[in-house]
Design a protein around this ligand. Structure first.
Ligand code: CU
Length: 400
């Protein structure tokens, strides 16, 4: 990889000053928002006491590292690399799964150079949701209880929200699944949508000549993302488009496989940081189970067999689908600018599909499982053996 520095010193100084200024203002606004938000919160809903509830442990390691975010294709000649911020070395961080009523013990270890933190949207109350700032070399452990079922975003909150926009745009997010008490058996998948704002990306059909890009504040401010990522890469799961005139998008693409007629459940997380996802399966129908129902032991249903579902930035939705006949279906963010930026994934319905043929990192520990994430090695083992995040990534990659 060839890293080219293209900003001259004067521009870099101006950029640093404007970033600092903006950070101060946005930090103040966000902190004020957090301070008054408890006054605005609604009525408490208390989850039913669960029998057989357990405690699961997860280790998330903050690591800053370059990541390939686009394959080498006609849209992005040479591929695109980005100086990412990650949990456990990947965009997104690993899926975390517990059952409603379970306790989750979270350890955040900071192996990076910046101050990082965690905000779990499944947590209720600051002591459950937030880690607080964790300095480089330090770690923090706390617990949350899975009170409300669904799929929720987790993300870095930077240093008490100061810089959160950059840390989220850089890749520090993932999803936590809280399986409801009443849940039908289904083949489940984890897919995270997000946008990238990259200083090195000059638009479609132009390569970056090996430059590893970094966060572009102006692009974030003006809402001009370069790429839409599914699980950390544009067109990660799309080999090609075009029946007559074929456009190859990813020669190494993996695809999702399902059996015709089987119930599938998709934990779709939209990390944003800015845009919504207009979720749709081409040739499919979707039912969206989002939020809690009155009994609070299953997910309420907003849609039955409808076409698209709007997933707002910084939220997750549980989408169920049954693919009736063999063939190709495509999950897309149906906003055309987002499809072009890479927000799509191929699903093939085939009688030969098995229960464990998930693309790496997309398997979700099912309800009742003792596992907490798709990693093949337990987090206790990881912590005991002092594994590095890259080791963790390697074991994630071998999970199925
Ligand atoms: Cu961070």
């Amino acid at each position: 990889m060839n890293i080219v520095k293209s900003i001259n010193t004067h521009e870099a100084e101006l950029l640093a000053m404007s970033k600092l200024f903006l950070a101060a203002i946005l930090g103040a606004v966000l902190v004020a928002g957090v301070a008054i938000s408890p006054l605005l919160s609604g009525q408490l809903q208390v989850a039913h006491a669960q029998e057989n509830s357990k405690t699961k442990k997860v280790l998330l390691v903050a690591v800053e590292k370059p990541i390939q975010v686009s394959p080498d294709n006609a849209l992005h000649p040479g591929g695109i690399w980005y100086n990412a911020y990650t949990f456990n070395g990947t965009i997104p961080g690993p899926v975390v799964a517990i059952d409603q009523g379970d306790t989750l013990e979270i350890t955040l270890k900071n192996d990076g150079k910046a101050i990082h933190s965690l905000d779990f949207h499944a947590g209720y109350g600051p002591e459950a949701a937030l880690s607080g700032s964790v300095k480089p070399g330090e770690s923090k452990t706390w617990t949350l209880k899975g009170e409300f079922p669904g799929v929720f975003l987790y993300h870095c909150g930077a240093d008490g929200l100061n810089g959160i926009w950059e840390h989220m745009a850089n890749g520090m997010y993932g999803g936590i699944v809280v399986h409801p008490t009443n849940e039908a058996k289904a083949k489940e998948f984890y897919v995270v949508f997000s946008e990238l704002y990259n200083s090195a990306d000059k638009g479609p059909f132009v390569g970056t000549n090996g430059t590893v890009g970094s966060f572009d504040l102006t692009k974030l401010w003006t809402n001009q993302p370069d790429l839409v990522l599914t699980n950390g890469m544009s067109f990660k799961y799309v080999p090609a488009i075009g029946q007559v005139n074929k456009l190859e998008l990813n020669k190494d693409a993996q695809i999702f496989k399902v059996k015709p007629g089987e119930l599938t459940r998709w934990y779709i997380v939209n990390a944003g940081p800015n845009d919504g996802v207009s979720f749709h399966f081409i040739s499919g129908m979707i039912s969206a189970h989002d939020g809690t129902n009155k009994a609070n032991d299953a997910l309420g249903t907003q849609l039955w067999n409808d076409e698209t579902y709007w997933i707002t930035p910084a939220s997750g939705s549980v989408i169920e689908a049954t693919f009736p006949s063999p063939g190709l279906y495509v999950g897309v963010d149906h906003a055309m600018k987002d499809v072009l930026r890479g927000g799509a994934f191929a699903v093939v319905a085939d009688g030969n599909s098995t229960n464990s043929d998930h693309p790496p990192g997309t398997w979700v520990p099912p309800k009742g499982s003792d596992k907490v994430s798709g990693a093949s090695m337990s987090e206790e083992q990881m912590m005991a053996s002092n594994m590095t995040a890259s080791d963790a990534t390697a074991s994630n990659a071998t999970a199925s």
